[in-house]
Design a protein around this ligand. Structure first.
Ligand SMILES: NC(=O)c1ccc[n+]([C@@H]2O[C@H](COP(=O)([O-])OP(=O)(O)OC[C@H]3O[C@@H](n4cnc5c(N)ncnc54)[C@H](O)[C@@H]3O)[C@@H](O)[C@H]2O)c1
Length: 356
């Protein structure tokens, strides 16, 4: 069970977060602040209005720059004397990757390369968690959930760019940060984390189911649902970030056998179709109205995707805490509080989640 005590290793740690202005990064920085960590972030400026990062108002130690700029990145990591890095900066949208493949690969692959190179040049960094995605697996439309040692691949440019980031990370793990030479030739442990479809308050990105539903409902409009039968592992952002923090803790504790890839996902029986998630949302907030898109002319997206979470459960003692229904409930509560009462309940939800 995660709580402030079990993650006390972060107290006063110098934690560098790329992608801190985004949805998951801003939640992560809030969790870290509550754990007593010092954080610095590196990202582009928020590109949504509203933005969770801006609402939280924690702009100290924030570098706004492109991760393709290796010099800015190195200076930011080095100047902060970072001890652990969580790398979340990415172009994270499948449809955008079809529109802009070059930017997708530049950010997701070259950005990860720049980060790994910066770490080679920065003695203070001891632990690194590279965030990729459930979409890194070669999707065979299997009923079975994917395990960490399944084949990597990617039909669309987002998925393949993240699989490239995994391969790149693995290459650096073996070539420069080999665990056989840990403490003899280097001091760095690197792991990667693959999470499912993450939901939670404060996400205003386009092409994401719950944010699209909320935006339409606030305008008293209906939501057009693409890919209603696509099955995904939906999880609350706090379950996902809890996994990243537990993994980072194992690396900070110098457990070199944890420097590998990890899935963080709900139990596979929890996986739900897009339509099921929309239906649960309507049950929770009856004002929500849904229309299923009949035209299937959109770009290819995976139909069936489940992740096997048993490795993280058995070896990291990580467990998903909120099932999919509760994740949807907590997410809708967050948005209703924001839109109907003008209150941001991020810290309250973290407190509730971490039994503070
Ligand atoms: N949200 C999900 O459902 C989900 C699921 C699996 C994995 N992920 C991964 O989690 C991470 C965070 O995703 P998110 O949902 O918070 O996305 P987001 O779009 O909300 O945030 C992305 C962050 O990356 C930064 N960024 C983008 N391009 C950059 C660049 N060129 N230089 C510097 N910073 C740049 C943005 O400024 C932002 O801070 C990503 O790596 C994403 O692939 C997300």
């Amino acid at each position: 069970m995660v709580n402030k005590m079990s993650l006390s290793i972060y107290q006063a740690k110098r934690v560098f977060v790329t992608g801190h202005t985004g949805f998951k990064g801003s939640w992560l920085c809030s969790m870290l602040a509550l754990l007593g960590a010092q954080t610095a972030g590196f990202s582009l400026a928020p590109n949504t209005e509203p933005s969770h990062f801006s609402l939280l108002g924690n702009n100290s130690n924030s570098t706004i720059a492109d991760i393709a700029n290796s010099t800015s990145l190195l200076i930011a990591i080095r100047d902060f004397q970072s001890e652990i890095v969580f790398h979340l900066a990415a172009q994270p949208l499948v449809r955008e990757s079809y529109n802009n493949p070059l930017n997708t690969y530049q950010t997701n692959v070259i950005g990860t390369l720049n980060l790994l190179e910066a770490i080679r040049q920065c003695d203070s960094v001891k632990s690194v968690v590279i965030i990729t995605t459930d979409k890194v697996y070669e999707n065979k439309e299997w009923l079975y959930p994917y395990r960490e040692n399944d084949q990597l691949g990617g039909y669309d440019m987002y998925s393949s760019s993240k699989a490239c980031a995994e391969i790149l990370t693995h290459s650096y793990q073996r070539s420069f940060f080999n665990i056989e030479q840990y403490k003899e030739k280097h001091q760095v442990l690197i792991a990667s984390a693959r999470a499912g479809n993450v939901i939670g308050g404060g996400d205003w990105s386009k092409d994401r189911l719950i944010p699209d539903i909320i935006k339409a409902t606030i305008k008293e409009d209906k939501t057009i649902i693409r890919n209603p039968l696509a099955i995904r592992p939906w999880q609350h952002v706090l379950d996902c970030l809890q996994g990243y923090l537990i993994l980072g803790k194992a690396l900070l504790e110098e457990k070199k056998e944890f420097a590998e890839a990890w899935n963080f996902a709900p139990y596979s029986f929890e996986s739900k179709t897009v339509q099921e998630v929309a239906t649960i949302s309507m049950e929770i907030w009856p004002s929500i109205k849904i229309e299923i898109e009949q035209n299937d002319s959109h770009n290819h997206e995976a139909g069936l995707l489940k992740l096997d979470n048993s490795k993280a459960i058995s070896r990291l003692q990580w467990t998903p805490k909120w099932d999919t229904r509760q994740a949807i409930q907590e997410t809708i509560t967050w948005y209703k509080k924001f839109y109907l009462e003008g209150i941001v309940i991020t810290e309250n939800q973290i407190g509730q989640y971490m039994n503070l």
